[in-house]
Design a binder for this molecule. Structure first.
Ligand code: G3H
Ligand code: 13P
Ligand code: ZN
Length: 285
């Protein structure tokens, strides 16, 4: 069942759980996510990153994700992750994405607001939901120290102004996570998540969620996170399964035999996340 991002995330916000938003790059990943969602009866978001669109092309990603969504027994949204380019965002909308992210978080506040509002006005006119980002979520190369922390984390006052002026549907907040594998253990600012939730009363999004310990994820959800982005942990599962299979079966050359076990391993990791996020059993008809 193909639905909008807003339908999925408003339900999560109203019922106090989080939906997994998993990055898709090929058919096996799409199938692993959908099978995990159906088995655990979880609503789910399939999202395409910049790298994913470059690798597979917007049409392939869109059609694969839409076929999966339409045939699924659970609610599925198709989302653009970290959109920065106006033309690309329009192409995603035209190809049937039901949600887009405009990430202008590197720009100054007023410019981020203006850029986001322009996308919101267009997307909403055609029934597509919008995610934006406020604050700076680190990359693996970004070593966020405690001193720098407050300068880059999302400010609740700014968040209130941002949402009021843009009309965005859900907001990605910087609260201590970073994209890619962690060197140490990430320390999340749970009070900030709670404050932002109280001030905005709308769905909040956590990026860079791979490798965040289960306890921290559960606490983040209890304080107000409703969309949890996972990419790296899927890549890790894929990589491990393919390497193991090839090492144990050096003579096998059939791609289906190599990728099949990887699809199974990704599915297990994804199903665990769905349970951890509180999404299992939350799918509606
Ligand atoms: O934005 C987060 C993604 O994990 C980055 O993915 O390397 O496919 O663009 P990418
Ligand atoms: P990870 O790769 O750290 O899971 O981050 C995913 C993400 O935030 C995609 O937007
Ligand atoms: Zn991200």
């Amino acid at each position: 069942m193909l639905v909008t991002g807003k339908q999925i995330l408003d339900h999560a916000h109203e019922n106090g759980y989080a939906v997994g938003a998993f990055n898709v790059n090929n058919m096996e990943i799409v199938q692993a996510i959908i099978e995990a969602a159906e088995e655990t009866k979880s609503p789910v978001i399939l999202q395409a990153s910049q790298g994913g669109l470059k690798y597979a092309g917007v049409e392939y990603i869109a059609e694969m994700a839409k076929v999966a969504a339409r045939n699924a027994s659970v609610p599925v949204a198709v989302h653009l992750d970290h959109g920065t380019d106006f033309t690309q965002i329009m192409q995603c909308i035209r190809n049937g994405f039901t949600s887009v992210m405009i990430d202008a978080s590197k720009k100054p506040l007023e410019e981020n607001i203006a850029t986001t509002k322009k996308i919101v006005d267009i997307a909403h006119a055609v029934g597509v939901s919008v995610e934006a980002e406020l604050g700076k979520i680190g990359g693996t190369e970004d070593d966020i120290t405690v001193d720098e922390k407050d300068a880059t984390f999302t400010d609740p006052d700014e968040a209130e102004k941002f949402v009021k002026e843009t009309g965005v549907d859900y907001l990605a907040i910087a609260v201590g996570t970073a994209h890619g594998p962690y060197k140490g253990e990430p320390k999340l600012d749970f009070d900030r998540i709670k404050t932002i939730k109280e001030r905005l009363n709308m769905p909040s999004v956590l990026h860079g969620s791979s490798g965040v310990p289960e306890e921290s994820i559960k606490k983040a959800v209890s304080q107000g996170i409703n969309k949890i982005n996972i990419d790296t942990d899927i890549r890790m599962a894929f990589n491990k399964a393919v390497r193991e299979f090839v090492a144990e079966n050096p003579d096998v050359y059939d791609p289906r035999k190599i990728l099949g076990p990887a699809r199974e391993e990704m599915k297990k990791v994804i199903a665990e996340k769905m349970k951890m996020f509180g999404a299992a059993g939350k799918a509606w008809k």
